[in-house]
Design a protein around this ligand. Structure first.
Ligand SMILES: [Zn+2]
Length: 162
């Protein structure tokens, strides 16, 4: 039994490959292979019983391959969406209530992210056990530590402080 045809909320690609959620967030158009990093950023690992659906490397019109993450019972905050933009700049955030998409956002890159990434420089004041919150400027193609000026362009997701 399926009632998928009752919903017309802009299923552009192959969204139906992953089941519908009732209330929560659908993060669509994540770059292929980044879904698990998206979950890491959100601090979701399933250990608290969160209901998740993940589609990875799904064919997409807009991207060659995309990932989709659906999180039941959780609406993302703007801060979370901002940070997501670092690894999923093309993502679309759909807030779902009672099976309907009530809000749809494209992510926007923030100018600064605080307390989310760890500086890879072991000599940085933010990594030395001092009570200093990490702070990175968001560049066109990476992030720069506001304290030691270290620039990271690749593997930003590996700096996520979870
Ligand atoms: Zn640093």
């Amino acid at each position: 039994m399926s009632n998928d045809h009752d919903h017309h909320d802009g299923n552009d690609d192959h969204e139906l490959r992953v089941s519908k959620i009732r209330d929560g967030t659908v993060i669509d158009h994540v770059r292929g292979g980044q879904a698990l990093n998206v979950l890491a950023i959100l601090g979701i690992d399933g250990s608290e019983g969160e209901e998740l659906s993940i589609g990875m490397n799904v064919p997409s019109d807009r991207l060659a391959r995309k990932d989709i993450v659906k999180v039941e019972g959780r609406e993302l905050s703007q801060d979370e969406v901002d940070v997501l933009s670092l690894i999923a700049p093309d993502a679309t955030i759909n807030i779902v209530r009672d099976y309907d998409v009530v809000e749809k956002h494209r992510v926007e890159r923030p100018e600064v992210v605080e307390g989310v990434l760890s500086c890879p420089n072991p000599g940085c004041i933010t990594t030395g056990g001092e009570p200093v919150t990490s702070r990175f400027s968001v560049l066109e193609d990476g992030v720069r530590c506001s304290y030691c000026e270290t620039i990271v362009r690749d593997e930003i997701a590996s700096l996520i402080d979870t």
